[in-house]
Design a binder for this molecule. Structure first.
Ligand SMILES: Cc1ncc(COP(=O)(O)O)c(C=O)c1O
Length: 391
């Protein structure tokens, strides 16, 4: 099936592409030669550099995925059976799945139609005495209205765990996402993310005690990981299980990739920003709404560049995406709202009418390719294809 499609419609610009260079390869080879593959010196180095990158005295704990990190952080905030966790329907399933994994019930709310981020008023409307946490999602790499979300949550003693899977590096006001006053922020290093390690994630918190808990719980609740024990302890076999845990530690091979990607994060971000600025100029006169943006375009991580087709566009969303694919350009849809998914519909029983802004966004959104491996020629292929279909 894939072969037929590729033969018929050759691929010219993929939707996403990890930006892996010789430095990443060399760092992985160094790890392979070093003889320590699981959580060890590279993970520790990544955690230190990630925390320093964000500043504000945060602690960073590397995990196997953002999904696992969200569960760790919600667990650390005391979320458990019978609790409610408020999040947006306009996200990837991982956001809500993390709450269900702890026996809690996700409560989905609608988005702001302009930013596609969770609507703080909608959050406020569903808070109950069972609400234990709010999980705002920085959609596409643009920070939510964190000032309002944090102020309201603080006033009610509710934890805030940021789903920052898309938001590295991004700013909210003057602060980098990850250094705000939430309980924790969780980043993803999945293959398509701005910092890519294949799989992986980072939980960041200002709370040293919480960071210690994440460290232990990511590895079975063990008090000293194998690398610490191997490092000269007289009894390297000795360890204790001091609390319940998970198995979601990051290994040193993934950390090797992430270390180099992190050091290149600003230059890769600059490239994404250039592409976003180019698209703004090239598509601004078409019947589309350009992506939502913070006051300063550089505060957006530009993990996604999401346009919305206006009603006067000569193509529907699906016709447009098919036309782009015929032209060799792969586009995405972010997101199919959770309330449209079989599992969530059956588990939560939400009525689609409850989410008019998410429904409307879903009907019209298209994510265009944006990644730091794209050339100027690639940008032009995308823009010209879009112009041919919509002008
Ligand atoms: C909004 C959001 N949250 C969480 C995740 C999960 O990230 P990971 O694949 O690292 O678990 C994703 C993945 O794409 C995502 O888009």
């Amino acid at each position: 099936m894939t072969t037929v499609l590729q033969d018929e419609f050759p691929l010219r610009v993929p939707f996403a592409m990890p930006d892996i260079g010789e430095a990443e390869i060399a760092e992985v080879v160094d790890t392979l030669r070093g003889g320590w593959l699981t959580t060890g010196p590279k993970v520790r180095c990544l955690e230190e550099e990630f925390a320093a990158f964000l500043g504000g005295g945060v602690h960073a704990v590397a995990v196997s995925s953002a999904t696992a990190g969200l569960s760790l952080a919600l667990d650390g905030a005391g979320v458990g059976a019978g609790d409610e966790v408020i999040t947006t329907t306009y996200t990837f399933t991982a956001t809500a799945e993390a709450a269900v994994a702890l026996g809690a019930r996700p409560v989905l709310v609608d988005i702001d139609p302009e930013t596609l981020c969770v609507d703080p008023d909608a959050v406020e409307a569903v808070v109950t005495e069972r609400t234990r946490a709010i999980v705002p999602v920085h959609m596409g790499g643009m920070a939510c209205d964190m000032a309002r979300i944090l102020a309201r949550a603080r006033a009610r003693g509710i934890a805030v765990i940021e789903d920052a899977a898309h938001a590295f590096p991004a700013r909210s006001g003057e602060c980098l996402v990850g250094s705000l006053e939430s309980d924790a922020a969780v980043f993803s290093f999945y293959a398509t993310k701005p910092v890519a390690a294949g799989e992986g994630g980072m939980v960041v918190t200002r709370d040293a005690a919480a960071a210690g808990r994440y460290h232990r719980r990511r590895l079975h609740g063990i008090d000293r990981d194998a690398f610490r024990r191997a490092g000269g302890a007289l009894q390297p076999w000795a360890y204790d299980v001091v609390e319940r845990g998970y198995k979601c530690n990051m290994g040193d091979i993934a950390a090797s990739l992430a270390i180099v990607q992190l050091r290149r994060a600003w230059s890769m971000h600059r490239r994404r920003l250039e592409i976003a600025t180019f698209y703004d100029g090239a598509l601004g006169d078409l019947p589309v709404h350009l992506p939502p943006r913070p006051a300063r375009a550089q505060d957006h991580a530009w993990h996604l560049y999401v346009i919305r087709l206006r009603d006067d566009a000569p193509a529907t969303r699906d016709e447009f995406i098919r036309g782009m694919r015929r032209a060799g350009v792969v586009c995405g849809v972010h997101f199919i709202p959770l309330h449209r998914m079989t599992y969530w519909r059956e588990a939560l029983g939400h009525d689609a009418g409850a989410f008019p802004a998410a429904e409307e966004a879903f009907r019209t959104v298209v994510s265009l390719p944006i990644h730091s491996r794209m050339s100027l020629a690639d940008q032009e292929i995308v823009a010209n294809a879009a112009r041919t279909l919509l002008a």
